[in-house]
Each structure stands twice: as structure tokens, then as C-alpha cells.
Design a protein around this ligand. Structure first.
Ligand code: PMP
Length: 430
């Protein structure tokens, strides 16, 4: 058994200066019953090394952005060059033009884009823009989808599809929560009911087109088309939160893969190549609401900064490599099949959702198509699996709601090593 001596020391030190010892709550292993989070020291390709020198195969991929693998040479070179040229100007640069053009070429629904610094900012701004365009206030979202930590989205469902929400975080006001209605994912009837109930109050329907936040959950056949149809009939906009999905499953968005297009799109994660970024965009007439053209304000000292732009451009260049997404899909299928066989061999009750190079194992349930089913999965079993895998030097996200993400750097040997480790974990769990 390897030890986490240095991590323990660093975590104790961290708690003296950083509230809770971490800068984002799930890093404190909240979702797996607590413990000392492993402090990583260095990453390269599919691996990283902790402060005690232990090497891990990484499936966290920093919650998604690191699709090219850690310290990819092409992206690293772009960031080095950006640093050499001075990191921040506060003026426009040609890199913003180039990157916006690349995004637009890959995602044709983006008539215009704007860069911000996080997925949170991107979603938050699409909500403001939708309200400005429609002159309405309420938003509908889907249970279990995560849209960042801005006030309008930190809202839990009311008691039924036709009731407004209540604050999901201390500090969010009841008045803010009353502007959000939450309905179950993959439930077009509930959406229809909410739209009927609130009618012309609804500015937009906000959705992860392929869910990444209660594991990987695909929309049922026709669901997104129905979302579009119902929203349009009601004069409401459709916002896709593609913070996880943009460039995850193909070169472009989930919208381009599924051929269903929203009015506005929010992005982040992968498009920054590992540096902080967010972006939003969509139909020209809607985007024209944004300052300096329109009256909906959005700004940012770091927005469109040259380093994030150059890292993003470099990341997209890497992702253009022919066959890259096919390879992620093949590796994903291999991992899924291996885990499935190991689950059956050990007699563990679990099911797996997978799309391309992203998958989720849910323990104790037969299938997951919505949040309630994902939430019903066994947290203690996931925690046991997570901890066993960590001892096996396989790093997963510390939450049953997060996916395992493959990167372009993972090899067949890494996958097979992971399956063998999982086989031992499942046996130990039974
Ligand atoms: N939307 C989705 C779908 C996300 O998964 C996340 C982050 N996990 C966000 C928004 C927020 O992005 P960020 O953490 O960059 O603020």
C-alpha cells in the first residue's frame, strides 16, 4: 500500500490558509465520504504523479478539459510562446479572431461568439442575454444538470414540474430561485406542462444536450427536437450548455453531432486547452443584445486573453488530427466492455453509460436516463470503488456523478491495466 504522507501534510497546511483546504468543493472528496485529497505534482500524457511520487493513470482529466492529455507538447508550446509575448494586453488581438473563426467553422450555429473566463460566466451570460432578447425573466432547466455557480442556476427543483425552485445554496435569494423552474431530463411532457403553466414568463430553456453532470446521459430519441419545438412555440429561446460536451465527442459540439441546434450555446473546459476559458455565442440577432452593440452588459479583464486563446487554438489543432475521436471511441468501448465483464465476473450490481471516450459506472441500479436514477445509485459502493482504484494508482473523479474521461494520450495498455485494477476492486467490494 502506498502512502499519502506528503498529501496529508499539504492538506493540513492547506486548511490553515485555504478555506476547507481546496478551491472547489468536490476536490475535498465530499462525494466519496471525505479523506485526504491526493495532491498532484506533475502530469504528462495520460499520467500524473502525486507529491509522494506515485504515478496514476488519470481519468479525471481535470473534470474534462485535458482531452489532449497532460502537458501536450503543441499546447505547451503555444502557452510558452504566449508568455514570451506578454500575457495580457487589455486590447483586442488577432488570436481572438482566429479562435472565434475556428469555433464558428466547427459549430455553425455560432453566428457570433464572445469569450469569457469560465463555464459559469458563459452560462450566466447566456441567461442574461436570453432575458434581454425576450424581455422575459424565467428560465427552465433540467434536474441534475450543473450549470456553474452563478446565482440564477444554483436553484433546486420545486415540489413539481410546475412550481418554481428554492435556493440550492445559502446566499441565493428566494427571489432569484423563483425565476427558475426545474423539470426532469428526458421528460418532454413535464417541460410542456411547465411551459404551459408559465407561458410568456419563460425566457429560455437551458439544457445540457448530452448530460455530463449526473454521469453521461444521452437525450432520448427526439427529446431535444421536442425541446426546440416547445420552446419555439412559446416564444422562448433554447440555450445549450456545452461546457462539457463541446469538442468532447467530435470536432464540434453535441449540437453538431445530434444535428439539433439551440439559439445560444455556452462552452468552456476543452476549448481552453487547460487554461481558464468560457465562451458563448449563437444567433446574430440575439447576440446583438450584448454590449457594446446592445444593452446586455458583459465584460472581463481576462476575457479573450492571448494565452487562453493560443492554448485553445492549439488544443483544437490537436483535436483536428484525423481519427482522434474514433480512437477515443474505440478505447472507450474497450474500457466499457472490460468493466462490464469485470462487473459480471464479480457479481457486482452496476450499469455503465458510455458515449465515445466518456463513461460512468453506476452501482446498484439497472439503468440511468435521468437524475433520479443516477441519484439512486449507491454512493457507498462508488466510494469503495474510487478508493480501491486510487490504491491501484488509477485516478477517478471523486463523485458518482462524474464521468471517466479518456484522453488522446491513453493507450490500450493503460485501458487494460485499468480493467485489471477494476476487476480486483469489484472482487474486493463483493
Ligand atoms: N456547465 C457545465 C455543463 C459544467 O459541467 C460546468 C463545470 N463542471 C460548468 C457549466 C461550470 O464551468 P466552470 O467550472 O468552468 O465555471
Amino acid at each position: 500500500m502506498h502512502t499519502y504522507e506528503r498529501s496529508e501534510k499539504l492538506f493540513n497546511e492547506a486548511k490553515q490558509v485555504i478555506l476547507g483546504g481546496v478551491n472547489s468543493p468536490s476536490r475535498a472528496y465530499k462525494g466519496v465520504g471525505g479523506g485526504t485529497p491526493v495532491f498532484m505534482n506533475r502530469g504528462k500524457g495520460a499520467y500524473f504523479w502525486d507529491e509522494d511520487g506515485t504515478r496514476y493513470i488519470d481519468y479525471l482529466a481535470a473534470y474534462g478539459p485535458i482531452i489532449a492529455g497532460h502537458a501536450h507538447p503543441h499546447i505547451t508550446e503555444a502557452i510558452n510562446a504566449a508568455a514570451q509575448d506578454g500575457l495580457l494586453y487589455g486590447t483586442p488581438t488577432k488570436y481572438e479572431n482566429k479562435f472565434a473563426s475556428m469555433l464558428k467553422e466547427a459549430m455553425p450555429a455560432l453566428d457570433r461568439v464572445r469569450f469569457v473566463n469560465s463555464g459559469t460566466e458563459a452560462v450566466m451570460t447566456t441567461i442574461r442575454v436570453a432575458r434581454a432578447f425576450t424581455n422575459r425573466t424565467k428560465i427552465i432547466k433540467f434536474a441534475g444538470c450543473y450549470h456553474g455557480h452563478s446565482d440564477p442556476v444554483l436553484v433546486a427543483a420545486g415540489s413539481g414540474p410546475s412550481t418554481t425552485g428554492h435556493p440550492d445554496s445559502a446566499g441565493v435569494t428566494a427571489a432569484t430561485a423563483a425565476e427558475m423552474i426545474t423539470v426532469p431530463f428526458n421528460d418532454a411532457d413535464a417541460l410542456e406542462q411547465a411551459l404551459e403553466q408559465f407561458g410568456e414568463e419563460i425566457a429560455a430553456v437551458l439544457v445540457e444536450p448530452i448530460v455530463g453532470n449526473f454521469g453521461i446521459v444521452e437525450p432520448e430519441y427526439g427529446f431535444l427536437e421536442k425541446v426546440n419545438k416547445l420552446a419555439k412555440a412559446n416564444g422562448s429561446l433554447v440555450i445549450y450548455d456545452e461546457v462539457i460536451t463541446a469538442f468532447r465527442f467530435m470536432y464540434g459540439g453535441a449540437q453538431d453531432m445530434l444535428n439539433v441546434y439551440p439559439d445560444l450555446t455556452a462552452m468552456g473546459k476543452i476549448i481552453g486547452g487547460g487554461l481558464p476559458i468560457g465562451a458563448y455565442g449563437g444567433r446574430l440577432d440575439i447576440m446583438e443584445q450584448v454590449s457594446p452593440m446592445g444593452a446586455a452588459y458583459q465584460a472581463g479583464t481576462m476575457a479573450g486573453n492571448p494565452a487562453s486563446m493560443r492554448a485553445g487554438i492549439a488544443c483544437l489543432e490537436v483535436l483536428r488530427e484525423p481519427g482522434l475521436y474514433d480512437r477515443l471511441d474505440r478505447l472507450g468501448a474497450r474500457l466499457e466492455q472490460g468493466l462490464q465483464a469485470a462487473v459480471e465476473e464479480a457479481g457486482v450490481h452496476a450499469c455503465i453509460n458510455r458515449l465515445g471516450g466518456a463513461l460512468t459506472i453506476y452501482f446498484g441500479v439497472d439503468s440511468v436516463t435521468n437524475y433520479d436514477e443516477a441519484n439512486a445509485s449507491d454512493t457507498a459502493m462508488f466510494a469503495a470503488f474510487f478508493k480501491h482504484m486510487l490504491q491501484e494508482q488509477i485516478n477517478l473523479a471523486p463523485s458518482k456523478f462524474e464521468a471517466l474521461f479518456l484522453t488522446a494520450a491513453h493507450t490500450v495498455a493503460d485501458i487494460d491495466e485499468t480493467i485489471e485494477a477494476a476487476r480486483r476492486a469489484f472482487k474486493a467490494m463483493n
